[in-house]
Design a protein around this ligand. Structure first.
Ligand SMILES: [Zn+2]
Length: 458
């Protein structure tokens, strides 16, 4: 509706439903040079102000997605900065944080981080921050990577699927935590502890149903045991630690208890664990393969309950795409298919749709997807709230409209996604990044406006 809006970043957005930290208001958001200068009543808009009139559509803060695998450089045929950040903009995400794998080289050294920044160049459509990786033996590289701007580190406790990104044993995590504590960055942990050789387990549990076999090969106990170990280490070193992509609700009580004791631990879950359940996944449908796996409906219900109770901190995508060939769709081979779900563009409507069935408010969704994630990476004074002084990262959202998952409307590099199976409601109509209209009604009026956010420089 505003395709000739232009690039001026001083204006007001008018809406009858603006989600602010003080609740839902009918009024206007004032933007000056890309920052929010004030939030007030519509009658306070001075004459002559340019107004983006969202009418009765909802205006929410841009989402901050702190768990995205963009894969460039090196595996740009899987996903890249241009396509991923277009998908982000179309999905109402105004800031992503990129994981240190599955790019080549993996981001486990200063040299590799510089190569990544060079590859990013000026092709991003939303803001982007970066993690480094902790692998056995790279502890001497961590401090230099923080000085160069990474906002945190990721480690695995189980095979990552990428040979160049080996997993860490508890002793490696312990060494890393001692260093990271003094650098004021969090350690993010993929928490599954394989209590045997994964392939053997898969073979042992090989049932006629491929999905059932896969699920059985990565039981909830792997997550529960790994999380107990992480809690122990985090408590010992007083290091800020974050559990990524929690699937097993059974681990939440341990996390709650640790938080109550003062351990600096947080936890995220993902739209796929909240949207899909093992009982409904067609047996050979490898689009759903991810690790940890999507579990049973009863587990999903518990995840929603823990979120609603504030016991899970936030929801981010874990967008982890690959080429359709690597998903081995024809064969239905859960053992060898790439484990990762492509869903960056559909996180908001997936959560919105699930929340409608459970009477969860827009303010609550904004807390899970906008306000909480930036706290992890030091961006909470700039991103995730419609309040004076914050970046004018704004999303115009129509809760009543359905969302197309037709291939032509999917902005991920590849169009294979399990969200194609869901009726999704809650459509992003427009996205502003720092006051620039980067997405509107399927188009990208301002291209490449995103910038890299480096620790120490924001
Ligand atoms: Zn991931």
């Amino acid at each position: 509706m505003y395709m000739n809006w232009g690039t001026e970043r001083t204006f007001a957005v008018r809406s009858s439903k603006i989600v602010t930290p003080a609740g839902l208001i009918d009024g206007a958001v004032f933007v000056e040079a890309g920052k929010i200068s004030a939030v007030g009543g519509a009658d306070s808009i001075p004459k002559g102000t340019r107004v983006y009139d969202a009418g009765n559509l909802m205006v929410i803060p841009g989402l901050v997605d702190t768990h995205v695998h963009i894969n460039e450089p090196g595996r740009t045929d899987w996903e890249g900065y241009d396509s991923a950040t277009r998908a982000a903009a179309a999905g109402g995400i105004t800031c992503v944080v990129d994981m240190p794998l599955n790019c080549i080289p993996v981001t486990t050294s200063l040299k590799a981080f510089k190569e990544k920044l060079a590859a990013v160049g000026s092709q991003i459509h939303v803001d982007c921050a970066y993690y480094g990786g902790v692998i056995p033996g790279n502890q001497s590289a961590l401090s230099d990577m923080v000085k160069a701007g990474v906002v945190g580190f990721k480690a695995f406790m189980v095979d990552s699927g990428i040979d160049d990104f080996p997993y860490t044993k508890p002793a490696d995590l312990s060494t890393a935590m001692q260093i990271l504590k003094s650098l004021d960055v969090p350690l993010l942990v993929h928490a599954e502890l394989d209590d045997s050789d994964g392939t053997a387990v898969y073979a042992e549990h090989k049932l006629p149903e491929p999905y059932a076999s896969y699920l059985k090969s990565r039981p909830a106990s792997w997550e529960v045991e790994a999380i107990k170990t992480v809690i122990g280490l985090s408590t010992q070193h007083d290091c800020r630690t974050h559990i990524v992509h929690l699937s097993a609700a059974a681990a939440v009580p341990d996390i709650m208890a640790a938080k109550a004791r003062g351990t600096k631990i947080t936890v995220e879950t993902c739209p796929h664990y909240l949207s899909f359940d093992a009982e409904s996944i067609a047996s050979g449908d490898t689009r759903f393969k991810c690790a940890p796996p999507v579990r049973e409906k009863a587990n999903q219900d518990k995840l929603w309950q823990h979120l609603a109770a504030g016991q899970i901190d936030f929801v981010v995508s874990d967008h982890s795409p690959c080429t359709p060939q690597l998903k081995l769709m024809g064969e239905g081979d859960f053992e060898h298919a790439w484990g990762g779900i492509a869903g960056l563009q559909f996180g908001l409507p997936a959560i919105w749709s699930g929340a409608q069935k459970r009477n969860i408010s827009a303010e609550t969704i904004v807390r899970w997807m906008c306000e909480q994630p930036p706290k992890l990476v030091g961006l909470s004074a700039k991103k995730g709230k419609i309040a004076p002084g914050f970046d004018a990262d704004l999303v115009v959202f129509d809760p009543t409209q359905s969302v197309s998952t037709a291939a032509k409307d999917i902005r991920h590099k590849h169009k294979v996604t399990p969200y194609s199976d869901l009726p999704l409601q809650g459509r992003v109509e427009a996205t502003f990044v720092r006051g620039a209209l980067v997405y509107e009604s399927g188009k990208f009026p301002t291209e490449h406006f995103g910038k890299s956010l480096l620790k120490g420089q924001f």
